[in-house]
Each structure stands twice: as C-alpha cells, then as structure tokens.
Design a protein around this ligand. Structure first.
Ligand code: IMP
Length: 449
C-alpha cells in the first residue's frame, strides 16, 4: 500500500532532546497554511520538554504538543501518554498568558490516556531513597504511572469525567501502603510540580479535593478521540503529524538499562495508542532526529565513544546541553554510528534530520565512531551496558566546515564541500537519507535537502 500522503512523524533518533519540537512546530505551521492539521502524541508525559517561541515570549511545553500555538490545529494527547492534570492545567494557563487569553489550537485528551498523579512522583522518590527503581529519572513519576497499567489498575482520564472518587481513594490507599512498606509516609512527601513550588501530597481528603478540583477544570478537554482520528486519517486533505517524546535510545525495550524511560519511543507506539487506526508503516515520512556531530544523554550509561572533557564542555556550553526538563548537564560523546544505525533499524525510520550542524570547530576534526571491535573482530551495537563495556570504538576523522558558509547555504548544493561529504557519509553509514539539517535554533536556520 502506498504511504498516506501528508503524514509525517518525528522521533528522537538517539537519546532525546534533539530538537524535535521545533521541527514539528515548523511542519505543523507550514501544513496549517494549506488545510486542516491534526497533531498526535502517543507516548511519555511531562518528562519531555521543549521550548516554543511565541511572539516575543518563550514557553516551555512538556505535555502539550507542538502546534498548540497554531490556530485551527487539533492536537490529540493520546492513549499511550501518562498525563499529570495539575501540570496540564499549568501548561494551559501558561499558553493562555502568552497569547493573551485563549489556546490557539484545539486540545483533545483521549479519555483512555493514563492519569499520572503526585502519588506516582512520591513513590518514585521513595524507590530512589530505597536505592532502586528511580535511578536518574526526571522525577516526574513516569514509570509508576505506566506500571499501574501493567498491574491492571491505571487511572484513566475518563475516571476524572465524572470524578471516580472510589477509584482514586483506592489509588491513594494503595500508594500510601506501598510507601509505608518502604518506611515512608505518603502524606508527608513533597513532589515536583511544573509551576515550581513543590507540592505536599497531604492527607487522603486533601489529595482527593485537589485532584477533584483539577478534574473539574480539565473535563472540557477529555473525550473519546478515535472518531476524530479515524476521520482525519481517512480524509487525505488533513495533514497528520505525529510527535514522539524522548528518543529511540531511551525506549523501554531498546534502551540501555537503567537509563531508559517506560514508554515506546519508536514509531511502533503509534499503532497501539491509536488502537490500530494508524499503522506507522503507512506514515509517509518517519524522521529520526539526531545531532549532526556528537551525541548527548543524561544518565549513568557509559557509551563507548567517550569524548575528551574539554571538548565535551565546550559543546555543552555552545549547544546548551542541559536537560530540557531537569536542567541536568548532559554527557557529551562522539557520534556513534553503530548505535545510530541500530536505532534507525529498530525504530523503522525512513529519513534522518541532523540538527546542530553549526557545532563544529575550526582546526578540530570531527571524530566519528564508525564501528566497534572486540577481540580484534568488528562487532555490532547491543543495548547492554555490560557488553558495551567490552567493545572498543574505532574512530574516523572528518574535516570541519566553515560555519559562516554553512549558514549562507539554502540548498544541499550550496553547502560547504566538507559538510556535503559528511552528510553523504552519515546517510550511507546509517543507511537512511537525510531530509533536513539545521544550522541554528531559529526557524529559518533549516535546510531541506
Ligand atoms: P523517566 O522518563 O523520567 O522515567 O526517565 C528515564 C530516563 O530517560 C532518564 O535517564 C531521563 O533523563 C531520560 N529522559 C526521559 N525523558 C527524556 C527527554 O524528553 N529527553 C531526554 N531524556 C529523557
């Protein structure tokens, strides 16, 4: 079957924070000039983060989708997401403050999406104190909320509309008992909120009152979304854009333990979240976004392509390599082709987008890990830290390009020769064509190849 025209999906091609939001925003606003647009997200929650510039204000979005600031666009927060009602209301209020009153896009929250509450965040912190479970997470309660699904007691958005007091009371009591089992008092725990100040969980009554008030405010956005999605997907005039959270290297199945998130970060998650309406294989362009000249991540993983700290520090400062949600400094390593090819394969990506093409330094060759060896033999990437500790990176060097000339280019042919050679190398080595590169954070600093 030919791919569905006007359909586009973006995922992180490595460890997240590659700058997907800005690309989605760009595609959505271009499509919005031509006709109706639906933007859909199927995974993660407030562990994601990206900044959208609106007029002269910058707004950090975590759960709301790129396209929220574009009038007429429909954004769908899908079944596969884990959503925190308090944070959502906070984000909606921030968007309204930036626009001077209303949210330009339509927000639809799937009634089947999972509700993530302060109880999940508290329990994640309790696990961390117990020195298990929560190692290096964003602290947003993501895993406990997904675990609720596996344990067959998730709270779904439809439990907030109408407010299911009995179910949410039981939820509080369960988390209270789990925290007590690990020697802590749920009511006294303090957790992160998007608004800044920490939130004390409080007594059962206080917790229920808070969630009920949030539910009442959120109700207007909660509905069944499958009819809307089915109609949009069938009507070829509607552009359908899929925005994934995180990156393939953080996938629950493909990530390196323990630095992965609890959701499906590959396009395959779209199939289950849309209950089969959208087969990701039918999406015309499935782009994996990578950083052109290096890789970065947060966590305790040790990637084979370690970089000299002086260069890593320089890149961290120049490219603002600090976690979008947690502000933690990211580890910076040389670009690693064995892992990126693996991610492209398991993620089923059809195209690459390379961001940060401007992060190159005159007289400093770009060092690329082109393969791994073990006992003198070439070996592949595998998502297993113990295994990765045993492989040796093989590096190849590429000439840097002139950033001024890079920024002047509007087409592939106008790019400096060294940049063109490097892009051709990435395409061949990863086995996927390059759709676009970016040379800076602004909208106009992108070149379609
Ligand atoms: P969690 O998603 O909070 O459970 O965190 C699990 C791991 O994924 C941690 O190493 C996080 O730093 C990482 N992570 C989660 N979301 C993102 C993201 O949007 N960008 C980059 N890293 C992320």
């Amino acid at each position: 079957m030919p791919p569905r025209p006007r359909s586009f999906a973006f995922c992180g091609g490595a460890y997240g924070d590659e700058g997907k939001g800005r690309l989605v925003d760009q595609y959505v606003s271009d499509y919005a000039k031509q006709g109706p647009v639906v933007v859909y997200r199927d995974n993660g929650g407030s562990n994601a983060g990206h900044t959208v510039a609106f007029d002269n204000t910058k707004v950090a979005l975590h759960q709301l989708l790129s396209g929220t600031f574009i009038k007429g666009v429909t954004t769908i927060l899908g079944k596969g997401m884990v959503l925190h009602p308090g944070d959502l209301l906070e984000e909606i209020a921030t968007v309204k403050a930036a626009t001077g009153g209303t949210v330009p896009a339509k927000i639809l929250i799937d009634e089947m999406a999972v509700v993530l509450l302060d109880t999940h965040r508290a329990y994640e912190a309790v696990l961390q104190d117990f020195q298990t479970g929560n190692r290096g997470t964003t602290g947003r309660g993501i895993s406990p909320a997904y675990v609720d699904v596996l344990l067959r007691h998730p709270i779904r958005m439809r439990d907030l509309k109408p407010f299911n007091k009995e179910k949410i009371t039981k939820h509080y009591r369960l988390y209270q008992a789990m925290c007590a089992g690990l020697g802590q008092k749920l009511a006294e725990k303090e957790v992160l909120t998007l608004a800044g100040p920490k939130q004390v969980i409080g007594s059962e009554a206080a917790f229920l009152k808070r969630v009920q008030a949030q539910a009442a405010e959120l109700e207007q956005f909660i509905s069944g979304v499958f009819d809307v999605l089915q109609r949009a997907w069938t009507d070829k005039k509607t552009a359908c854009v899929f925005e994934k959270g995180q990156g393939i290297g953080l996938d629950v199945r493909w990530g390196v333990y323990p630095d992965f998130t609890a959701s499906e970060t590959t396009f395959s998650g779209i199939f289950s979240s849309t209950e089969g309406i959208v087969n990701p294989r039918d999406i015309e362009i499935r782009a994996g976004v990578i950083k052109a000249t290096y890789m970065s991540s947060v966590g305790i993983r040790k990637l084979p392509s370690a970089m000299d700290e002086a260069l890593a520090h320089q890149i961290r400062e120049d490219a603002d390599e600090y976690g979008a949600t947690t502000k933690r400094p990211r580890d910076v390593v040389h670009i690693d082709i064995p892992s990126l090819s693996f991610f492209a394969k398991v993620g089923d990506v059809t195209h690459l987008v390379a961001t940060h093409m401007d992060i190159v330094y005159k007289d400093t060759p770009i060092k690329v890990c082109v393969s791994y060896t073990k006992n003198g033999k070439t070996v592949p990437y595998r998502p297993d830290q113990k295994y990765l500790n045993t492989v040796k990176p093989v590096f190849k060097q590429f000439a840097p390009w002139d950033v001024v000339a890079l920024r002047k280019a509007k087409t592939r042919a106008e790019l400096p020769v060294a940049a063109r050679k490097y892009i051709a190398f990435l395409e061949k080595a990863i086995g996927v064509p390059m759709l676009m590169i970016t040379t800076g954070p602004k909208r106009e600093e992108g070149i379609l190849l």
